[in-house]
Each structure stands twice: as C-alpha cells, then as structure tokens.
Design a protein around this ligand. Structure first.
Ligand code: SF4
Ligand code: SF4
Length: 479
C-alpha cells in the first residue's frame, strides 16, 4: 500500500552510542495527575501522608491510569505545577532515600490467570501507553477482548527523527518485550502478535528476532517497515501492517487489532516478573543542546533538569526544551517540568536542530499539505475552519482524525503553523466539551437534589398526616 508521510533525516545515532543510563531518584518528585492522556487521576493521598515505593497515590479515572510513588517518603503538597502538557495538579513527594517498598518483589503466575484477571492486574499497576499517549493499557486490552480482536500489534516503529528510547529498549531488553507480548496475548485473547519496527533500527530488529526465537512462540513475529514519518502513529501503523483503516473516532479493536507500545510490553513483563507497578520509564535526552545525548531510565516525576545533568549538562549554545520530537513535541516551561509516563524524549534543540521557520505567509493553495497528510485530510481547509473557530466545519473536515503529526507544517511553503492551530482548536473543543459535560452533570445533580427534597417533603407530610390521624383516634376517619 502507498505510505503517506515523510522520509526524514535520522538523528538517533548519538544517543544509541551508549547503553541506557539509570538516573538516581531525585530528592523531590512531582507526579502530575495528568500523565499525558489529557485526564487527571484521582489523588488518594493528602499532604503529610507517608508513602512507600509502589504505593498508589492516585486512582485511575477515565483515560488516566493509576499512579504510584516511585520512592518512599512524604507527600509535601498537591498543587498545580508546569507539566509537559502545560500545567496539571501534581502530587509532590519528598524522597526519604530509604526506598521502602509497599510489598516485597514477587513474580506473578500469569499463565494460571484468566484474561480478565490479568487485565485487572495490568490496570492496578498503572500501566499506560509509554509511546506517548499514556492511555490506560488495560482499557485497550479489555476493548480488544470484548471485540475479539485477533492481532496484537506491538509498536516499535518510533518514527520521530530524534526519538530512540524504544530502539534502545528493544536492543537491550528484547526478552522483556517478548514476554510482555505473551502476557498481553493472554490478556487480550488475540491469537498472534506482530512487532513492527522500522528498517532504520537493525540492532533492535536483530535483538527482537533473537528473543522471539528463544521464546519458541510461533505466534510472535517481527514485521519490518520502511522508516516513514508518522508510521509510528496508531492509525497509520495499523493501516501499513494490515491494510485496514481504523475509523475516525474509532478504535483499532474495531478492525480486529489491539496496539500497544514495545515499552508498555516491557513494563508488563516487569509487572509479572516482580510485581512492580510502572514508576520509571526510558527517555531519550538528545539534541545539540546537551553534552552527552543518551537514553536514560528515570523515575516518573523526575525534573527534566536532572535528566540533562545525568547527560553531562547543557552545551554552551542556548537550547529550547521540547518534550517529544521535533515534529510532534511541545515546548517546556523549564528544568522543573517533571517526566510523565507520556514523555519519551527531551529534545534540547538549538536553531541548527530545527527546520528554519520563515515568517508566516498566506496559503497559496498548493495542496502539498494534503499530499503528505497520513490521515487523508485537507489541512488547508481545516486551517480556515480553525482560524474562524467554526466547530461545524472542523468536524466536517475531520479535526478528530488529525494525529497532530506535523507533516503538513513541514512541507508548507507558506510556513503556516498548521499543527499548532489544529492542536489549539482541539483543546478549545475539549474544554468546551468538558464545560458542557460539567454543566450536564451539575444540572443532573441539581435535579436529583430537588427530587430528594420533594421526596423528603412528601415523606414528612405523610408522617405528619399519620401522626395527626393517630392522635385523633380510630374514629377520626379522613377528617
Ligand atoms: S492535518 Fe493533522 S494528520 Fe494531517 S498532516 Fe497535518 S498534523 Fe498530520
Ligand atoms: S501546504 Fe501550506 S500553502 Fe500549500 S495548501 Fe497547504 S496550507 Fe496552503
């Protein structure tokens, strides 16, 4: 099939020169309630509470997975702090340095468990999509089970030109990825697993192929794909591997597929090996602004500045901090912004690392943006709708199908920041939806309250009538 997208120069080699480096847990951790999915988990601790390593500090809610403390210590506060997505309420924990676990490490006998029990286990561990979306993995597995999805598609494509945390993980921890695939096959009920990797990662391909052979599990295969951006996004990946189109506003299980990231698979393997929840992740720290680009494993909640320090610190040139890659990333407010489950890369970018941006000019209707759009959209039309905040037109031109990949920006000769405007339009819509939902819930609460008051008044009236009848005696009749 024809792959829409861009072939971009890769910048992955420098961080891959070194093995994954472990960053020590910091003195203070900032756990964002929104770990990248756009929704907040619900805090179950208060300032002053003691926590242990692996304690649940926030419960799952909607699109937010449960959150666990990576260290033992004390909750200092719950407050709004800058995060990779802008700002979120965060649980701030002072690390006591004792690493006192909530439970001793113990393997899980996953082969003896039912699929639904396994899914509950995955949910309880706070497992979320480590490819960037941070969506709860258990929800995807449950949807796959309900839809009888036949294929587990593990995403090791990693198409952004600077990001290579999955490449490092597959190279060094391939057996974990394969074990995680086996657990997720059992949980989802899928019959086979394809691990999709782009052809610019030969070491990762060799390592995963070797681990799959060692596991002697014929259900697991490696599928090598061309390195085309944004093949790592879920919809384009499903289409490239299976030829099936995931419907706009739909889910891959609707076309028989459940997609999970290879990092998520490794997290599931850790869970069954020793019962540990998700409290760390691998992050690529790269760009001309950092002295020793590397892939690091850091606790969730570690400030970005500590990752940079673990990679030798900043170079003399001033660097822009970006969470994610050069095409899909978001600028960060500063060194204090914490790592979340959704942060796969910190790009310390100098001007030389980013495409030169000319001043924005009017659209010349060249159609280049439509030619590269992997979602088959008309970005120039979406842009007109976004500028006038025309929600009907945004829906008509398929804003919900935009994966914010940045391909349209990249080719636009008029230097129009299309993706930023689409993201802003989507956030405005999200806020408007949230407001509408809150208004509906408030109205329903008010109506329930009014009903309760009316029922209470009715009960009191009946009790009063009864009491009056009894006081008048058995001959009082209805008077
Ligand atoms: S419209 Fe959205 S999906 Fe299409 S190229 Fe632009 S950012 Fe990517
Ligand atoms: S690429 Fe830019 S100039 Fe060309 S049609 Fe799209 S928005 Fe207009």
């Amino acid at each position: 099939m024809k792959l829409r997208g861009l072939r971009l120069d890769s910048h992955k080699s420098r961080p891959l020169e070194r093995p994954i480096r472990v960053v020590p847990p910091p003195a203070t951790l900032v756990l964002a309630l929104d770990q990248g999915s756009g929704e907040d988990a619900l805090p179950v601790v208060r300032p002053g509470d003691s926590v242990r390593t692996g304690s649940v500090v926030a419960a799952a809610s909607g699109a937010a997975a449960a959150l666990h403390s990576p260290v033992s210590g004390t909750v200092r506060e719950i407050a709004v702090r800058p995060t990779p997505r802008g700002a979120s309420r965060c649980i701030v924990i002072e690390n006591d340095g004792r690493d006192d676990p909530v439970a001793p490490a113990a393997p899980v006998d996953w082969r003896a468990m039912e699929g639904t029990a396994l899914i509950e286990h995955v949910a309880a561990a706070g497992t979320a999509g480590l490819g960037g979306a941070a969506f709860p993995s258990a929800t995807k597995l449950a949807l796959a089970r309900a839809a009888d999805a036949e294929l587990l598609l593990l995403n090791g494509a990693e198409c952004e030109p600077w990001i290579c945390c999955d490449a490092a993980l597959m190279r060094e921890r391939a057996a974990d990825v394969v074990l995680g695939a086996q657990v997720m096959l059992a949980a989802s009920g899928a019959q086979r697993c394809l691990i999709a990797i782009e052809d610019d990662k030969p070491e990762a391909i060799a390592a995963i192929q070797s681990a799959a052979r060692a596991a002697t599990d014929e259900r697991i295969e490696v599928r090598v794909l061309p390195a085309v951006f944004p093949l790592g996004a879920e919809g384009p990946l499903v289409a490239a591997v299976t030829g099936r189109e995931v419907p706009h506003d739909g889910w891959p299980p609707q076309v028989g597929v459940v997609c999970q990231n290879v990092g998520t698979a490794a997290a599931v393997a850790r869970l069954v090996q020793d019962g540990r929840p998700v409290t760390t992740r691998i992050v690529t720290v790269t760009g001309s602004g950092v002295k020793q680009p590397a892939n690091v494993e850091a606790c969730i909640g570690t400030p970005v500045g500590e990752l940079v320090a673990a990679c030798g610190g900043y170079t003399a040139e001033g660097a822009r901090r970006i969470a994610g890659g050069s095409l899909t990333g978001r600028s960060l407010a500063g060194d204090d912004v914490p790592v979340t489950k959704g942060v796969n890369c910190i790009l310390l970018a100098t001007d030389a690392d980013l495409p030169a941006r000319a001043a924005e000019m009017p659209c010349i209707r060249c159609g280049d943006c439509a030619t590269v759009c992997p979602a088959g959209l008309l970005p120039q039309q979406l842009h007109v709708a976004a500028r006038s905040d025309d929600s009907a037109a945004l829906a008509r031109f398929g804003l919900s199908a935009c994966i914010e990949c940045g391909c349209c920006d990249y080719v636009c000769p008029s230097a129009i920041p299309l993706t930023v405007r689409f993201r802003a339009a989507r956030e405005r819509q999200h806020l408007a939806d949230l407001e509408r939902r809150r208004a509906r819930e408030a109205k329903a609460r008010y109506e329930r309250h009014q009903r309760r008051l009316a029922e209470q008044a009715e009960a009191e009236r009946e009790a009063f009538d009864d009491a009056r009848r009894r006081a008048r005696g058995p001959d009082s009749g209805g008077r």
